[in-house]
Design a protein around this ligand. Structure first.
Ligand code: NAD
Length: 414
């Protein structure tokens, strides 16, 4: 099936960016919201992205206008009757998503594909609200959509192969990198990222280190990430991270620790850059210092104190989860690594050189026996969330220790 016209539902942080990506590839798009203010914001956002290209000489004003003319902003469903795919980017609430898909089901052609930009919710469950569960699929863009290259494609239990193939090809036409991910809570990237971010907040609330110390240790001059975990969470939205963390905690239980500080910050509307204050202060200069909030939590006895911070304490849960995703067939080895590089910019600082590398290659380079030893040491210190996953033990028992033995998660030639 070919995609000639696209619908985007929800003109918020993601919807506007996705509409820009679609028009950049030359396809017309109808953007629908229930709030005219949001449509106006999306229009300004899209124009801003194109204006930057004009200002930097990458595009003429005429070419920009041609792209802008491809977008129709609307409050009603009329323009969506002849679209080949709808990408839904309404709030992350199952009831809302099911409601809009049920409405679209009445309006769109019978073979129109319904894609959801959900960060973690079940695609299969969304499909149940429609008469076309075989046409429902996850199409998870990363923020900001016009910059980030990765799109996770998540077929639900009933999605047919033609839908998956069409969406994979469409993603490539959008000049993005598609990675097919088996449905599971958090999909691939958020499932790996969250144990890392969660452990960072836990270490912070326990007083193991300050946010700047942790960011410095994990950032470019430390482990190598483009930015540390607290800068990243402030950018993504502290509320979004807290919500995804809670959702994964419900599903994966003890592999994520429960963190109190997340709720404290969300209750105080410290949502990150968008609210002017999160872990760091941006515009809300009268905000209470973060240290005082942490001290109060500690004095109330609600959180453990006196634990130790190390880079490994944050990185190893991420690596362990990547191994588990391979074990569960969530994605293949290359796709796991590609998703981490293209989706979250994973890179490693090797003697001052920043090298793009995914978690599985990193584990192979380090040695899987070493990874297991370090996880076991952390398990003794912090508990079962650090327990090495079976596939690591299996590989070590088979003598597949990574690069040094010629095989680990991947084959290595001398
Ligand atoms: N923000 C991120 O970093 C990010 C990244 C990847 C995926 N996502 C996912 O994308 C989706 C949207 O997130 P967002 O951050 O853009 O949300 P947002 O709150 O910024 O935007 C949601 C938009 O949906 C509109 N809306 C609400 N009900 C609607 C309805 N019935 N019909 C049409 N429009 C409706 C709202 O008016 C709003 O404009 C969520 O599922 C989220 O998990 C978000």
């Amino acid at each position: 099936m070919w995609i000639f016209k696209v619908g985007v539902l929800g003109a918020g942080a993601m919807g506007g960016g996705i509409a820009q990506v679609v028009t950049y590839s030359g396809l017309p798009v109808v953007v629908k919201d229930i709030d005219q203010g949001q449509l106006d914001l999306a229009r300004t956002h899209v124009e801003g992205i194109y204006q930057k290209r004009v200002d930097s000489g990458k595009m003429t004003a005429g070419q920009m206008q041609e792209k802008l003319d491809l977008i129709e902003y609307t409050l009603d469903y009329d323009g969506l009757a002849d679209v080949d795919i709808v990408i839904e980017a309404v709030p992350e609430v199952m009831k809302i998503k099911q409601h809009v898909f049920a409405e679209l089901d009445q309006v769109c052609m019978p073979d129109t594909i319904f894609a959801s930009n959900t960060s973690a919710l079940s695609i299969t469950e969304m499909g149940q609200a429609t008469t076309r569960p075989h046409k429902i699929i996850g199409m998870h863009f990363f923020n900001p959509a016009h910059v980030m290259k990765l799109v996770e494609i998540i077929p639900g239990e009933e999605t047919d192969q033609d839908t998956t193939d069409t969406v994979e090809q469409f993603t490539q036409e959008l000049r993005k990198i598609p990675v097919i991910v088996k449905e599971c809570p958090g999909f691939l990237v958020n499932r790996l990222l969250m144990p890392y971010l969660n452990e960072a907040v836990l270490a912070l609330e326990q007083g193991a280190a300050t946010a700047p110390e942790i960011d410095e240790a994990l950032g470019r001059d430390g482990f190598g990430w483009p930015m540390g975990p607290f800068f990243l969470m402030d950018m993504l939205g502290v509320d979004v991270c807290a919500h995804v963390g809670q959702y994964l905690y419900q599903h994966y239980g003890q592999r994520l620790a429960e963190v109190k500080l997340f709720n404290e910050l969300v209750e105080k509307k410290r949502l990150g850059e968008k609210s002017g204050v999160g872990f760091y202060v941006y515009t809300a200069t009268d905000a209470e210092p973060l240290e005082e909030i942490i001290q109060r939590l500690q004095q109330s006895g609600a959180v453990e104190t006196g634990t130790r911070f190390s880079v490994e304490r944050l990185i190893l849960p991420f690596l362990n989860e990547a191994a588990m995703c391979v074990q569960e067939g969530i994605a293949n080895v290359n796709d796991v690594d590609m998703a981490c590089i293209a989706g979250i910019g994973m890179q490693v600082n090797k003697d001052g050189q920043l090298v793009r590398m995914g978690p599985l290659e990193y584990m192979d380079e380090t040695g899987l026996d070493v990874i297991v030893e370090r996880l076991e040491a952390l398990e003794k210190e912090f508990g079962p969330r650090f327990h090495p996953v079976d596939i690591l033990y299996q590989k070590v028992r088979a003598g597949q220790l990574g690069k040094k033995t010629g095989a680990g998660f991947m084959e290595w030639t001398a």
